[in-house]
Design a protein around this ligand. Structure first.
Ligand SMILES: NC(=O)C1=CN([C@@H]2O[C@H](COP(=O)(O)OP(=O)(O)OC[C@H]3O[C@@H](n4cnc5c(N)ncnc54)[C@H](OP(=O)(O)O)[C@@H]3O)[C@@H](O)[C@H]2O)C=CC1
Ligand SMILES: N[C@@H](C=O)C(=O)O
Length: 259
């Protein structure tokens, strides 16, 4: 019996390439998406030979309207696709004032718009069958935007909020939705020079990160932070946020604003 096909964005390198490896070894057919067709083809050939699953590659620039539309169309129409890993993303900005506006637009298109539209493209089919999996790659910077750069952490905070909302909307209809928040992970998103200046105990190897994310998925976690030693810390954070909820919308301003 088929285990269903996963479409993975940003599968030509780094975290996405390891997801491809792990999902192939779990018996899933794959559709690998990224811009570099040669890298996708080489990975597909290797994994097909090693695992026997069927792997297709789609070369697309997800920061462009045409590239995004081509992958969206596939997600809408291909009933074999039962899983989506929204992984493609870029960082690389410097300060807001020094970063080219076109670069920031590309980052927002890829990190936010593509994640939104690809999820919206697959969601109707998954909710109709009451099954399937969506994995969204966010970042620990979603929880600590201060002290990093401005747009990248904000894009990842979007993905986290988007995913948490979908856990209610799609989760109630049988779709599994996971947010993965890696810390610093050794991939080409970082220059070697940058990693050399970060304490080694803060840098996770990419295989370890993805294996932990799968363990979180298998344990039914909605939010997986591979490096967080004590899950009670995340629970406390979420509980503190939930405690605000009853007072976040009221018919009168707080007394400190009206005295
Ligand atoms: N590494 C880290 O420390 C962390 C990473 N993350 C997130 O993990 C995800 C993967 O990052 P990582 O593996 O580290 O980065 P890499 O740079 O190693 O890989 C990025 C992948 O995205 C693809 N990609 C980039 N731009 C586009 C585009 N315009 N259209 C389609 N595909 C594109 C790249 O392929 P190609 O160039 O062939 O298009 C590549 O496959 C990102 O969302 C990142 O924000 C989160 C937290 C920490
Ligand atoms: N991708 C990393 C930053 O560039 C991160 O999310 O920590």
């Amino acid at each position: 019996m088929t285990k269903g096909t996963f479409l993975i964005t940003g599968a030509s390198d780094g975290i996405g390439a390891v997801y491809a490896d792990r999902l192939a070894r779990r018996g899933h057919d794959l559709i690998l998406v990224a811009r570099r067709a040669d890298k996708l083809a080489a990975l597909a050939q290797k994994l097909e030979a090693e695992t026997g699953v069927t792997i297709e590659t789609l070369s697309a620039d997800l920061s462009t309207p045409d590239g995004l539309a081509s992958v969206e169309a596939r997600l809408r129409s291909d009933a074999a696709i039962t899983g989506l890993v929204n992984n493609a993303g870029i960082a690389g900005e410097t300060s807001l004032v020094d970063t080219d506006a076109a670069y920031l637009t590309g980052m927002i298109n890829l990190n936010i718009l593509a994640v939104t539209r690809l999820t919206a493209a697959i969601a109707p089919r998954l909710t109709a069958t009451g099954s399937g999996t969506i994995i969204n790659m966010t970042s620990v910077t979603a929880l600590m935007p201060d002290g990093f750069t401005a747009v990248y952490p904000a894009s990842k905070a979007f993905v986290l909020a988007f995913t948490e909302a979908l856990q209610v909307e799609l989760g109630s209809k049988g779709v599994r939705v996971q947010a993965v928040l890696p810390g610093i992970t050794r991939t080409a998103i970082w220059e070697e020079e940058q990693l050399a200046h970060i304490p080694a105990e803060m840098v996770m190897e990419v295989n370890d990160m993805v294996d932990a994310a799968f363990a979180g998925l298998d344990q039914g976690e909605a939010i997986t932070i591979p490096s967080l030693p004590d899950i009670a810390d995340l629970d406390a954070y979420l509980a503190a946020r939930a405690a605000l909820r009853p007072n976040l919308s009221r018919d009168r301003a707080a007394a400190r604003y009206t005295a």
